[in-house]
Design a protein around this ligand. Structure first.
Ligand code: CDP
Length: 212
């Protein structure tokens, strides 16, 4: 079974994808980490993230880089959203993601274009969303826990500009696949959101199993 989980920053898609992978015993890929790995390489090598050729030259990273905690920082996240808009960067990371999705037994992948580009044939597609203010509050809290002091207004502005870049880019923009189930986590606890996601998977797979 392939489960595609898409949605914007701090919508809860990563938590939901991890929980679904654990629940169904499937391997999980956080595809945002791939763009973050490209971004971290661009930063480390002092390249220009807005130059496509520079970003493409950073796509040949080794898998172990994905475990680097620096990738999860806001600094790297912002640059990830810039490098991910380049069509050639997306093309360079495409096969890696498709291969992961198509492994025997299936997988859970989360990102922005899983249900639309990477696994349009996924058995279940979820689009996870929450209001920009609620996502900003979650991200702000998370940053504070990690000792990063910044204002809620600044986090909200960052979230809005990231949403704008991710949804306006011409190549694989963030959008809900027509056959994706919408899961709004704005007023749900983590547990409630995960339970809702499991219920969606169950209902989709039950429908698929029902003879016509
Ligand atoms: O959740 P958050 O947006 O903080 O981070 P992420 O999911 O790790 O993604 C970082 C950036 O990578 C996003 O802002 C997107 O621009 C990009 N991305 C993408 O373009 N396509 C994906 N499948 C996953 C991430």
């Amino acid at each position: 079974m392939i489960i595609a989980v898409d949605g914007p920053a701090a919508s809860g898609k990563g938590t939901i994808a991890r929980a679904l992978a654990q629940h169904y015993g499937l391997p999980h890929l956080d595809t945002g980490l791939l763009y973050r790995a490209v971004a971290s390489t661009v930063l480390r090598e002092d390249l220009d993230p807005s130059r496509e050729a520079d970003a493409v030259s950073a796509c040949g990273f080794e898998d172990y880089l994905l475990d680097d905690p620096w990738l999860r920082t806001d600094e790297v996240g912002k640059v990830a959203s810039v490098v991910s808009a380049h069509p050639l960067v997306r093309a360079a990371l495409l096969n890696r993601q498709k291969k992961f999705a198509r492994q025997p037994g299936g997988a859970v992948l989360d990102g922005r274009d899983i249900g639309t580009v990477i696994a349009p044939d996924a058995d279940v597609k979820l689009f996870v969303k929450a209001t920009p203010m609620i996502r900003a509050q979650r991200r702000h809290l998370e940053l504070r826990k990690n000792g990063v002091l910044t204002s809620l207004d600044k986090v909200l502005a960052d979230i809005r500009s990231r949403d704008e870049r991710d949804s306006k880019r011409t190549e694989a923009p963030m959008l809900q696949a027509p056959d994706a189930a919408l899961l709004d986590t704005s007023f749900l606890s983590i547990d409630a959101a995960v339970q809702r996601a499991i219920a969606i998977v169950e209902s989709k797979t039950r429908t698929a199993d029902t003879p016509a």
